[in-house]
Design a protein around this ligand. Structure first.
Ligand SMILES: NC(=O)c1ccc[n+]([C@@H]2O[C@H](COP(=O)([O-])OP(=O)(O)OC[C@H]3O[C@@H](n4cnc5c(N)ncnc54)[C@H](OP(=O)(O)O)[C@@H]3O)[C@@H](O)[C@H]2O)c1
Length: 272
């Protein structure tokens, strides 16, 4: 399994996204993904599926030490005492003694970042997580977080795909040694039917979804595509036996446009 290494963390470059996967579907997809070779799972308190992700993980028979498990703290739990309590609750639901990565899910306007960052670092010191990081942090917030953290931040998980120019925030991550984790890497399925991606895909005997993922992986960006369909688990994982040419990479970069963002919620950061 190809990894992205950041400050002592070895993060499998592809993981399974689990937002909106619920109950038996969630547990079954997680179990199948691990059986197919996935070694990285992405969940969050806000997805309300940590229990099912844990079920799938334990049912898979794959050894705990071989799977990189990420969960994220809800901003409502960013006050230090809440953060510790909720991180422990996440572990109970997942049936794990520690996660591999604990992220702040998105920036809070309520709790000062200094307080939250202190508490997040303490979660690592307490052994509740092996690594810590952030999500949806802008360039300015990355700078602030890195300045406050007493433990290394290993990733910033951000919306990142062919239709969005995330180059400034990616550059800031790289400056500070954070890996970039791309969420919505296949633009929530919008890549299907894209003329350019389909043309490139057919030249390689692949699908548009696979090209969209390969485009990111080839930039050393971690991808966490989600699917509820068994056949797509295989499709999304089968991206390591071909390479896009420089010309193809440049052409795909040209798909980015100012309205390319998919996650349009109030807290979603604007990178510029
Ligand atoms: N940190 C954050 O704030 C944040 C925000 C959003 C997401 N995330 C994480 O990132 C993960 C992935 O992002 P996402 O779920 O937003 O979007 P995504 O992975 O880009 O897209 C998922 C959607 O695309 C479809 N799909 C999957 N594989 C496909 C393929 N090969 N071709 C065409 N369509 C395909 C899926 O439908 P089917 O189920 O029908 O296959 C699903 O509707 C999430 O699940 C979550 O773990 C994090």
């Amino acid at each position: 399994m190809q990894t992205v290494d950041a400050k002592g963390a070895r993060i499998p470059i592809i993981g399974l996204g689990t937002w909106e996967l619920r109950e038996r579907t969630c547990a079954r997809i997680v179990e199948q993904a691990l059986r197919l070779g996935y070694r990285h799972l992405d969940t969050a308190q806000a997805y309300e599926n940590e229990r099912e992700v844990g079920e799938g993980l334990h049912a898979s028979g794959v050894k705990r030490g071989e799977v990189f498990v990420t969960t994220k703290v809800r901003p409502a739990n960013f006050a230090p005492r809440d953060l510790e309590r909720s991180a422990k609750e996440s572990l109970v639901k997942l049936r794990l003694s520690e996660v591999d990565l604990l992220l702040l899910h998105w920036p809070s306007t309520q709790v000062p970042l200094a307080d939250t960052m202190g508490a997040l670092c303490r979660m690592k010191a307490l052994g509740l997580t092996r690594h810590i990081g952030v999500s949806n942090f802008t360039v300015a917030l990355i700078e602030e977080a890195v300045g406050l953290a007493t433990e290394p931040l290993v990733t910033n998980q951000i919306e990142c795909h062919a239709y969005l120019d995330s180059s400034k925030v990616i550059a800031a991550c790289r400056r500070h040694g954070l890996a970039v984790t791309a969420y919505s890497p296949i633009a929530r399925g919008r890549v299907t039917g894209d003329d350019l991606l389909t043309r490139i895909a057919s030249a390689h005997g692949k699908t548009a979804g696979q090209v969209a993922l390969r485009f990111l992986v080839q930039q050393d960006i971690i991808v966490i595509p989600r699917t509820s369909k068994l056949e797509r688990l295989t499709e999304n994982f089968d991206i390591f036996d071909f390479a896009l040419t420089d010309a193809e990479m440049t052409a795909i970069r040209g798909l980015a446009h100012p309205n390319g963002r998919i996650v349009n919620v109030s807290w979603a950061p604007q990178w510029d």
